[in-house]
Design a protein around this ligand. Structure first.
Ligand SMILES: [Zn+2]
Length: 413
């Protein structure tokens, strides 16, 4: 393992402790000792000054509530943040991490103490942020864990450089290897001596049932009996997409859409290069209160929604020639494209379901879908899409999956 600290001193990797943890520690350039008290890198202040997180926007009432529970010592150990894509669920989780790790304490993280700065630089040794990544390629289970640890460390390094990230690849998941990595990290003690925070972004991509039941049980055990002092924050777009066993063990925290003003203000200050007024207004109008949507509303997202709409339009016409044609025409060069289309499909169906309940529809939805008198068939269709989504994470050919899904949807819609 290589990597020099910023002040040019190199350190010996520890032969006794988990080498990947050490590797990650050297990425953060400040850990003084490894888990076996061997010297690693001397602290280097320039790195601590790096502020990489964009500011948290909105959710003031939720922040107040969370801060109150932190102060009162009543914050549940496992939380599930739910809410629309791009409203800052993981950003709020990082804010909460900063709040509980802050050396000063208060209603907001102070932002200036060492712990606060380390969190902002995504470099706090007791903050573990798990993001979905592509399924590891290694054959051996231990190697898979190492591969996932390295991939996630790479994502973190990328986020330190470009803090405004867009949605991960549609095929990215939390595989068994990620669960094992989580287990290993949770088994360790606090490096800084305080609390430890584990953030699991897009927890609906957790697929512990894929192989060994031990791993599934391990996940549940982690949530059922989290280690003392550990705080686990899971985030998801829709709590129904999270495994019920996980959902039942977490205290829900619902986040709402941001106001247009909040989105506008963020775009005006944090886009690089700065966006003009016209572009900002255009994106705000499309974003429905989501900074993530405002940032990513581009070609790719548009393509996925168009494919989803075409498929749904063909499906509601029945099983005839139109559906055959739609299924024949849709080809997906990359698995990620296919997964993105499935996400767009689920989202469009969700909008239609809202429409049938008399709520405003924020995306274009094929009109026949709105003729259903209840959301039932649409929710059933969403379940079918979720099943396909799960199968897509395996090795099933997208074309085959799509044909089956097309049939399934034609049946329920
Ligand atoms: Zn602080």
């Amino acid at each position: 393992m290589s990597g020099g600290s910023l002040d040019g001193t190199a350190a010996e990797p520890c032969a006794l402790c988990d080498i990947k943890l050490l590797h990650e520690a050297c990425l953060s350039h400040y850990l003084r000792t490894c888990y076996n008290d061997r010297p690693v890198f001397s602290p280097t202040s320039p790195y601590l000054l790096a502020m990489s997180l964009p500011p948290l926007v909105g959710h003031r009432e939720t922040r107040r509530r969370l801060a109150r529970s932190v102060r009162a010592g009543t914050l549940p150990q496992v939380l599930l943040f739910t809410g629309p894509t791009g409203v800052g669920k993981q950003r709020l989780a990082l804010w909460l991490a900063q709040l509980v790790l802050c050396e000063r304490g208060g209603d907001e993280p102070c932002g200036t103490c060492r712990a606060c700065r380390l969190v902002e630089g995504l470099a706090h040794a007791d903050l573990h942020w798990f993001v979905p990544v592509l399924r590891p390629k290694a054959g051996d289970a231990d190697k898979q864990v190492e591969e996932v640890a390295e991939t996630i460390a790479g994502v973190m390094e990328e986020r330190r450089k470009r803090p405004l990230y867009t949605a991960p690849d549609g095929m990215a998941i939390h595989s068994i290897a990620t669960v094992r990595l989580m287990q290993r990290r949770m088994a360790l003690t606090s490096v800084e001596g305080g609390r430890r925070v584990f953030i699991v972004g897009e927890a609906d991509r957790l697929v512990p049932q894929e192989s060994s039941p031990e791993a599934a049980n391990a996940t549940l055990k982690l949530l059922e009996e989290p280690p003392v002092g550990a705080l686990i924050v899971l985030t998801t777009l829709d709590p129904r997409r999270v495994l019920p066993t996980i959902r039942s063990r977490a205290a829900p925290v619902r986040l709402n859409r941001l106001s247009d003003d909040e989105v506008r203000g963020f775009l005006a200050q944090h886009t690089e290069p700065r966006w003009g007024r016209e572009k900002i207004e255009e994106r705000v109008a499309l974003a429905s209160g989501s900074i993530g949507a405002a940032l990513s509303e581009g070609e790719d997202a548009g393509k996925a929604y168009r494919s989803a709409e075409q498929l749904l339009a063909a499906v509601v016409e029945g099983r005839g020639a139109a559906l055959e044609r739609a299924l024949g025409q849709a080809t997906f060069a990359a698995r990620g494209d296919f997964a993105a289309m499935l996400d767009a499909l689920a989202e469009t169906l969700g909008e239609a379901a809202r429409g049938t309940m008399g709520q405003p529809v924020r995306r274009s939805v094929p009109a026949p879908l709105l003729r259903h008198r209840s959301p039932g068939p649409l929710l059933l269709a969403m379940e079918k899409v979720a099943e396909a989504r799960e199968a897509a994470a395996g090795n099933v050919n997208p074309q085959v999956l799509l044909a089956v899904l097309g049939e399934d949807l034609a049946e329920v819609l």
